[in-house]
Ligand binder design. Sequence first.
Ligand code: ATP
Length: 231
Amino acid sequence: VEKDFTGKISFKNVSFTYPDTGIEALKNVSFEIEKGQFLAIIGRTGSGKSTLANLIMRMYDVDSGSIQIDGNELKGLNLHSYRNQVGFVPQEVFLFSDTIKNNIAFGLDQVEPGQVEQAAKNAAVYQNIIDFDLKFETMLGERGITLSGGQKQRVSIARALIKEPKILIFDDCLSAVDTKTEEEILGNLGAIMKGKTSILIAHRISTIKNADKIIVLDEGRIIEQGTHQQL
Ligand code: ATP
């Protein structure tokens, strides 16, 4: 997987029902995104956006249809090495009562010198961290400091970037921050996403002007697909 992994994603007639509730969250969804491209997904609450992201992360297997990564069935890939190449920024940030460093390096087997700092720089949160007395050793959580919403979001982005993933997924992570913070983060996103296949789930249309492709979901179906100009 590792060597040739480029990050092209294709969905072919994918349907998925949550086994516990019987809710049919995605219905016959097909699309393709080339390596290095930026796909945006919009749609009302409950339309299936997070489900689509969850399926790419392979939290669940599809009921019918197929998901392919670089032309290979996602089902057939080694889950551990695949997930190591996918950076996921969830809707809600989860931080631990631990140092900033350990929060960013979370999930890595081994940390190279400078790796945490570089990820923080790429996520545009390095300067904020350096401004704390204890810098990367600053404790977060109950016994530590509280970061602002935008800072938390960027720590979460740094955590996704530290793996140098080929695929980046942002699950609606910007709707929780104010517009000013959103702009600040988006300003850096272009550079972050360069050369990576990126998927951004968003609420605000303004967030996704630069997408190569936009998918509009409604009740689990793709109702529109195209560029910002086309839609
Ligand atoms: P939002 O914008 O509110 O995050 P969304 O477009 O991301 O919504 P999904 O979270 O994918 O929508 O939800 C699609 C449908 O699947 C909804 O009806 C939802 O209630 C249901 N659903 C989502 N997650 C689960 C789950 N873990 N178990 C069962 N049903 C779920």
